[in-house]
Ligand binder design. Structure first.
Ligand SMILES: [Zn+2]
Length: 281
């Protein structure tokens, strides 16, 4: 109870909740929570590929020691040498920045080589030798070079989870997804009328964080074949193309009706001259 009161009164109370770091195409998920006399910023990471069923992993990026309601100490938790001096600034509503004041604490005695090996072990649970695919090795190295240059000096934007509506097929919110050579990623599912959309919270150079990765038309049901046939890409393509053609036909039909209506409106009812009528009878 005491902790809740401290958190509510505390000047850093506005940074509690879910946030997305601005870190190029990679994004991420930060959860800021009260833990005893600390406010801790946990970076959530998806499980190691391909174990999508495993729980999320997390590591602390900063903590704020709440001595009293008006005074606090910010510590950077990045690296492997324990907490050290850091800073937090609120830029504007729904945005804050973290800064490390002792980035030498992030360095390792073995230099960049050791830092890369350690990062790889944490991020992928593997060594570079175990990742045979050359393209994948390049993607991983690129992510390390890009993300490590920030040294825990990051700007975060608040994440608003979509509310559950009675019409939703399932609970909207955060999901883990497999993205081939990019590993596992976190997406946010939301419903908008007759479409379901998934936006990336973590991303890659192919589809960056913040962009749409799925847009599903829920207006017409698709009956999937049994699991065995779902593995055949031709069968699925045929199914999707069939629905696509059906939609196309409906759109064309609607366009024809609209055209006829506009012709009738423009010209009024067709009046057959008396001479013509005579010829027909
Ligand atoms: Zn630091």
């Amino acid at each position: 109870m005491l902790c809740c009161c401290v958190a509510v009164l505390h000047p850093y109370r506005h940074i509690l909740g879910l946030w997305q770091p601005d870190i190029g195409p990679y994004g991420g998920l930060l959860n800021v929570v009260v833990d005893g006399l600390f406010i801790i910023g946990w970076m959530y990471l998806p499980p190691h590929d391909p174990r999508v069923e495993d729980p999320m992993r997390r590591r602390p990026l900063f903590r704020i020691h709440m001595w009293e309601s008006k005074k606090a100490t910010v510590e950077c938790m990045y690296g492997h040498k324990g907490p050290h001096k850091g800073d937090i600034q609120t830029v504007k509503k729904d945005e804050f920045s973290t800064k490390c004041n002792q980035t030498d604490h992030h360095r390792m005695p073995g230099g960049r080589q050791e830092e890369f090996r350690t990062w790889l072990e944490e991020e992928w649970g593997r060594t570079l030798e175990e990742i045979f695919h050359e393209h994948m090795q390049e993607l991983i190295l690129m992510k390390f070079i890009y993300t490590s240059q920030y040294d825990n000096c990051l700007t975060y934007r608040r994440i608003y989870l979509p509310p559950l509506m009675p019409s939703d097929l399932l609970q909207p919110g955060l999901f883990k997804g497999t993205y081939g050579s990019h590993g596992l990623e976190i997406v946010m599912l939301s419903f908008h009328g007759t479409s379901a959309r998934a936006t990336k919270l973590t991303g890659d150079p192919n589809v960056p964080a913040g962009q749409l990765t799925l847009d599903v038309d829920l207006s017409r049901p698709v009956v999937l074949p049994d699991l065995e046939h779902q593995r055949q890409i031709e069968e699925l393509s045929r199914l999707v193309l069939g629905v696509h053609e059906e939609v196309q036909r409906e759109v064309e039909q609607q366009a024809r009706v609209a055209l006829l209506q506009s012709v009738v409106q423009q010209w009024g009812p067709v009046v057959v001259p008396a001479a013509e009528r005579k010829r027909w009878t």
